[in-house]
Design a protein around this ligand. Structure first.
Ligand SMILES: [Zn+2]
Length: 326
């Protein structure tokens, strides 16, 4: 499906087969000399075919297409190089730019060491990294020269409008929204989603990513927004949703303190399994491995904040790190 947002600005739904996210929203800006595409989909043949068909129906000009990314995740950046016009640019925050290059070069970004100390058994760990829609990923080509790393407030003139980058770390270390001030339109990426809660995990080199995210949510309230356009699924009420997400994390933090208080000595994976999730368990009543990965990441980002705030204590025990109340 394609929706016209404004003159020369379109929302394109890209189905994400096999992902609970369901739909990625790509946004197409038809400019004068150049065109721009915000976010692209997984690096799979299915996502590519769907997006190409939608863009073709809008009469896009492949050789003139620049790419804009809200953040580094594979469902947003996966098809960048399949759609980038020759000699055109990929705009992304400088922080996510650096992390993305490390990822492409296989030089960073490893979550696994921590997961195996926090309760992921070797079998589960193997399963988790071999599951999920990314399994069908194709070879990733990339050209370092095509990237333009933007700082907070950085502008992109698309011809259809000027977008301003709003840096909102949390979902990723350099996560961004893009704002059109004169239209009060905000492209929220995965910072504010409306019918799912954005996943907040820990990141190597980031001390307290949940706190970063909560601070970014508070900061986001400063912007006047009449139309909020998310990275997945349907648009909604910007301010009401921010308050709802803030409340959600307050409940989550309290829930974890409750679990740790009831059963001291659990590891992060055991805590994650005791939290309430809106997911479909498999036929044995277990977490599907890909979901376990996200749930554990979410749980650990909350534990990090609770430990830093002095509400939960981390114990360096064997074989796993465990938690108890101070
Ligand atoms: Zn994301």
């Amino acid at each position: 499906m394609i929706y016209e947002i404004d003159r020369n600005i379109y929302r394109i739904e890209v189905p994400l087969a096999g992902s609970p996210l369901g739909i990625l929203n790509a946004y197409y800006f038809r400019g004068g000399e150049e065109d721009f595409l915000m976010d692209t989909g997984f690096n799979t043949a299915a996502c590519e075919a769907s997006l190409r068909k939608s863009l073709a129906s809008l009469g896009y000009r492949p050789e003139r297409l620049n790419i804009i990314n809200t953040h580094l995740h594979a469902d947003h950046t996966g098809l960048n190089h399949w759609f980038l016009g020759k000699g055109r640019k990929i705009y992304i925050s400088e922080t996510d730019h650096q992390r993305l290059l490390m990822h492409y070069k296989n030089a960073g970004f490893k979550r696994g060491d921590r997961d195996q100390r926090e309760g992921a058994s070797p079998d589960l760990f193997e399963n988790m990294i071999n599951f999920g829609p990314e399994k069908s990923r194709r070879r990733m080509e990339f050209d370092e020269e095509s990237f333009v790393g933007l700082e907070d407030g950085g502008a992109i003139d698309t011809g259809a409008c000027t977008l301003r980058l709003v840096l909102v770390p949390g979902h990723t270390p350099g996560n961004a929204m893009y704002y059109i001030p004169e239209k009060k339109v905000m492209f929220t990426g995965d910072h504010v989603l409306f019918d799912i809660t954005p996943n907040i995990t820990f990141w190597p080199g980031v001390e307290n990513s949940l706190q970063d995210y909560l601070s970014s949510l508070e900061y986001s309230k400063r912007f006047e927004v009449e139309l909020a356009l998310p990275g997945h699924r349907k648009p909604g009420d910007y301010r009401a949703r921010i308050d709802r997400i803030l409340l959600h994390h307050e409940h989550r933090l309290a829930e974890i303190v409750g679990i740790v208080g009831n059963e001291p000595g659990l590891n992060a994976y055991e805590i994650a399994r005791r939290m309430r999730w809106r997911i479909h368990l498999d036929e044995n009543g277990n977490f599907p491995p890909a979901q376990m990965w996200f749930a554990a990441g979410e749980c650990m980002s909350h534990l990090d904040k609770l430990v830093i705030d002095g509400k939960v204590q981390r114990v360096d025990s064997k074989p796993y790190i465990t938690y108890r109340l101070p």
